[in-house]
Design a protein around this ligand. Structure first.
Ligand code: CA
Length: 451
């Protein structure tokens, strides 16, 4: 399962509101993964201000400037919606979808134009790593997660035995994706994916999701009225996209249906199966919080620089409080998300597996951290540089463009700061004699502007 972000600013507001209320308001659902993730081609689920459904399309062109996102193109595609869907029948037929199922789902269907706004939302502000962790890994979520683990203990026992995936990580995904099933989204997956399959700039991707959603209904895995979720089509407590469902969903309760919405055993086992198929290493954790010594060479803090724990120890990396690492031979990379002023983390293979679930470091760290807390582990102990102003989305674009203009590889500038941008930034910092910690501060942006 993977996602793409679209409405980070909105989500931040929703997430903050959610932390303020013990009980989330009905329809205040969203896919929290979209807080972090990049618009990878293989991705799907996203922010879901599903609300009451009363919000209308703005009628405006999308901020992406994509030719399929102009107001005119959207209107034209909307007028052609039924023709577009009818044109998908041959593909549906080849997948074995009965004509009656196809017709029943397509007849009279109207596009959900509001999704066009969400697809192209360009929020001005984004949140810091530490704000995300504060929102996603709080005392409520820890207590609720422990309650869920206790309540479904027999299921978690059986799933852990069958798949070898740490139950606390599954519970953490459940907690982060939908606040343990309380924030799932109210949009029809069929209508959302049909809309995106025929309108807007990601039709190829969503055609596959739409047809896969029809396959799910044709097989009767999920109750049609429960195939609801985020505006991008992710559904169920751990937010499966239809194509992810096809790859990973399992029938664990043995009723013949892979019901990742209403069957907790199927939800838990399908999520475990997903991680297992993506390479989860049984018996290992995701990573460790570490203290990075003064004077450390931050050019080493790169995803591609994999060393054993013992080698990192030789470089002065320690766990807080002098705690020992369980195994010196584990191969890890060093992540320093807030630069020299914040904590470091040594990341194992399982961190990479969590990132396949959603390719965003902040997301994966939140999952790992919540899993630790659910297990009874300690909170992170080092302080974050909370005084640092977080760059706006526009400033992040600008930072990437400055780096690209200087010949550093940042990939396609997207306003999201991942490993590639951080690596480019480290090399720039190094070239100007600054500590190359890769942290995108307001100061480093000033420096990039000034030369
Ligand atoms: Ca089942």
């Amino acid at each position: 399962m993977a996602t793409f972000a679209s409405s980070i600013g909105f989500l931040s507001a929703v997430a903050l509101a959610a932390t303020a209320c013990a009980v989330p308001a009905l329809g205040q659902s969203f896919d929290i993964r979209s807080l972090f993730s990049a618009p990878a081609p293989s991705s799907g689920a996203a922010a879901a201000p599903t609300g009451t459904g009363t919000q209308e399309w703005s009628g405006e062109s999308g901020a992406s400037n994509h030719p399929l996102m102009t107001a005119q193109a959207i209107r034209a595609a909307a007028a052609n919606f039924q023709n577009c869907l009818a044109g998908l029948w041959p593909q549906a037929m080849r997948r074995g979808i009965p004509r009656a199922v196809f017709d029943a789902n397509v007849a009279g269907l109207e596009p959900d134009l509001r999704i066009m706004d969400l697809l192209d939302a360009q929020p001005e502000f984004t949140k810091s790593f530490w704000d995300y962790l504060d929102i996603l890994v709080n005392e409520d979520r820890v207590q609720n997660g422990r309650a869920m683990l206790a309540k479904h203990r027999a299921t978690f026992d059986a799933v852990e035995k069958a798949y070898g995936v740490d139950r606390h990580v599954i519970a953490a995904i459940w907690g982060v994706e939908s606040n343990y099933g309380t924030q799932i989204g109210e949009r029809s997956v069929i209508r959302s994916t049909a809309t995106l399959a025929c309108l807007g700039r990601r039709q190829d991707y969503f055609r596959e999701e739409f047809l896969s959603a029809l396959e799910i209904l044709a097989r009767g895995d999920v109750k049609p009225e429960h195939l609801k979720g985020s505006w991008a089509g992710a559904f169920g407590p751990t937010q499966f996209m239809p194509t992810s469902f096809k790859r990973y969903a399992v029938d664990f309760d043995g009723d013949g249906r892979r019901d990742v919405v209403d069957s907790i055993p199927d939800v838990v086992a399908s999520t475990a199966n997903n991680l297992k198929k993506d390479g989860w290493v049984s018996g290992q954790t995701w990573g460790y919080e570490v203290v990075v010594p003064t004077g450390f060479d931050f050019l080493l803090a790169d995803r591609s620089r994999v060393l054993t724990v013992r080698e990192w120890e030789r470089l002065g990396i320690r766990r807080p409080g002098g705690k020992a690492f369980p195994r010196g031979d584990d191969r890890t990379y060093l992540l320093v998300p807030a630069g020299a002023q914040g904590p470091g983390f040594l990341m194992l293979q399982n961190f990479r597996v969590i990132m396949k679930y959603n390719p965003a470091e902040a997301y994966a760290l939140a999952i790992g951290y919540l899993a630790d807390r659910l297990r009874g582990g300690d909170a992170f102990v080092q302080a974050w540089p909370r005084h640092e102003r977080v760059l706006t989305r526009a400033e992040r674009y600008e930072l990437q463009q400055h780096l690209a203009a200087r010949g550093y590889d940042v990939g396609e500038p997207d306003g999201r700061l991942g490993g590639k941008t951080r690596s480019a930034l480290r090399h720039f910092q190094s070239s100007v004699g600054e500590v190359p910690d890769g942290f995108a501060s307001a100061a480093v942006l000033e420096r990039l502007r000034g030369r």
